[in-house]
Design a protein around this ligand. Structure first.
Ligand code: ADP
Ligand code: MG
Length: 519
């Protein structure tokens, strides 16, 4: 070990002597990442390394290592998961130097000219936050990842299960009954919020059966789970010689299985699914209570897993929250990587709208796009539905739809929805989320947790209902409207400094919709 260190130290000195102002710590850096990779792999966490250590050495400056990652989101997650501290500690062990880490966000354009330490994960090089224009420009770049050279440069070690990739020079697209270009990676706008799930999906499409198996994508309705799942299937189907790429909803899987029992054709059913090259099953929450189908799926899973065939599942909630699903099946669903999907922020919502407009060769004014992106915060499916209505009206008016007409359409579409959300539903959902009582939320206690939950409840009531601040005050033991406005300000400020709060709000909004449905 000491001899490695002294060799590395010599290398660093050499870098220093070449005439740089600050030492070039690349040798230490490479060794640091190598050791972390080794440690995580030994602890069965190789996937964590692939997902979270796409971090490049940029340079050094007065006791500081400057490194770069692809997005703010990744920087925050690395910090929260303790990976930045892990890097510092390992670097200290190797170099004897206690260095601060300055984590910058990578500039995609400058990337090519910079010396980087790459750990063979093509998916992670995809830019995460893009305007629509940038996104269209990146399509050739994404295709580049599908080239033979990048694929052979992947994590896959397994010749047996490795698919044969087709020659890129043949541009013919194969047709598949369930998968099409409509739901492809090219048509999915990635975002900071969804960087993890997007990168995991891309990685799977490049390394079917070996990168993460199975991949489980979970999250609320209309956020793009099916889209990403189909994108994986489509990409594999187009770029490999795999013929048997199966996409099926859990409901249809169940129906087909039940029918096969009735027809006494179970063998045919088993053969079909146990010989899949890739199996994509959508909405696995449907399997709750379906004991026989669960058992069949359990055996299908084992057969495919043993043969290293890729499986992808989607679910509307974390698997741990599924009821009436056997533990052994749950443990299989989560054996690979689980990634949740979120509603993208305003900028990405407008990028999605612009992308959909381009696809349909339609135009809307910047103000109307802005209006839709600002108002539709529930999910991307609603965003699309709203956009399609507006396009329809815009066509009817010969492209002269005014801003106030657009506003009318939006409020009519969502009017029914908003009037049903009451202050009480929001208070109950927030109380549940923060694990405090409903009466505490409404009451006067000033305990830190309760006060924060109360601020959130006030903020959401202000956002989701038509109540005035005085009326909201009545819902909180008669607080006056300035106190209510103060709560809104607290959360607005907090949102500016804490990105994860947005996710929290999205989850609570989802709960609110659930409450509303059940009330
Ligand atoms: P889910 O399966 O999570 O309910 P879907 O995959 O059906 O959601 O997505 C709903 C609609 O929104 C689809 O038409 C999909 O193409 C679109 N969509 C969702 N997320 C995105 C995104 N990030 N970029 C482009 N389109 C998206
Ligand atoms: Mg779906």
């Amino acid at each position: 070990m000491n001899s490695i260190i002294s060799i590395l130290q010599k290398k660093v000195k050499a870098g220093y002597n070449i005439g740089m102002n600050s030492p070039d710590y690349t040798p230490f850096w490479e060794e640091t990442l190598r050791q972390i990779k080794q440690n995580l792999t030994e602890n069965g966490r190789a996937n964590d390394f692939v997902l979270w250590f796409n971090i490049n050495y940029v340079g050094s400056q007065e006791g500081k290592l400057i490194v770069s990652v692809a997005s703010n989101y990744i920087r925050n997650e690395m910090k929260n998961r303790g990976y930045l501290a892990m890097i510092q500690e390992t670097f200290l062990e190797i170099s004897g130097l206690e260095m601060d880490l300055e984590v910058t966000i990578r500039d995609r354009n400058a990337e090519k000219s910079r010396s980087t330490v790459s750990f063979s994960e093509p998916a992670q090089n995809i830019p995460l936050k893009q305007t629509i224009q940038q996104n269209i420009q990146t399509i050739p770049q994404q295709r580049e990842f599908e080239s033979k050279s990048s694929i052979t440069n992947t994590l896959s070690q397994n010749n047996h299960s490795e698919p044969i990739f087709k020659d890129e020079s043949i541009p013919v697209k194969k047709t598949h009954p369930e998968l099409s270009e409509q739901y492809s990676f090219e048509n999915f706008i990635s975002s900071d919020e969804n960087a993890y799930v997007y990168n995991a999906a891309l990685a799977v499409s490049k390394n079917p059966g070996t990168a993460y198996n199975p991949l489980l994508i979970y999250g609320g309705v209309g956020l793009g789970k099916t889209h990403l799942m189909k994108a994986i299937g489509y990409s594999i189907f187009q770029s490999t010689n795999y013929k048997n790429v199966i996409y099926i909803s859990a409901e249809n899987f169940t129906n087909e299985f039940t029918q096969s029992i009735r027809d006494r054709s179970e063998k045919k059913f088993k053969d079909k699914y146990r010989n899949a090259d890739v199996l994509l099953i959508d909405d696995i929450h449907f399997f709750e209570d379906k004991d026989k189908t669960q058992e069949e799926l359990f055996h299908t899973f084992n057969a495919l897993y043993d043969k290293q065939k890729q499986m992808v599942f989607t679910c509307d909630r974390p698997v741990s929250e599924l009821k009436q699903i056997t533990e052994r099946l749950k443990s299989r669903f989560t054996r690979g990587v689980s990634a949740d999907i979120h509603m993208p922020k305003y900028e990405v919502r407008s990028a999605i709208i612009q992308h959909k407009l381009e696809q349909q060769k339609k135009k809307l004014s910047a103000e109307i796009i802005d209006l839709i992106a600002k108002n539709i915060q529930s999910n991307v499916r609603d965003l699309e539905a709203c956009l399609n209505s507006i396009i329809l009206y815009s066509d009817i008016t010969g492209g002269n739809l005014s801003l106030s007409q657009a506003r009318d359409i939006i409020s009519k579409m969502f009017a029914q929805d908003t009037t049903q959300i009451t202050a009480e539903i929001i208070q109950r959902a927030v109380a549940d989320y923060f694990n405090v009582s409903f009466s505490d939320i409404k009451g006067k206690k000033r305990h830190k947790n309760i006060a924060f939950a109360r601020h959130i409840a006030v903020y959401l009531i202000h956002e989701l209902t038509e109540l005035s601040s005085t009326e909201i005050g009545h819902e909180f033991s008669g607080r006056d409207h300035t106190t209510i406005m103060h709560s809104c300000e607290v959360i607005t400020k907090q949102l500016q400094i804490d990105e994860s709060l947005n996710d929290t709000l999205s989850i609570i909004k989802r709960d609110i919709r659930e409450y509303k449905r059940n009330s």
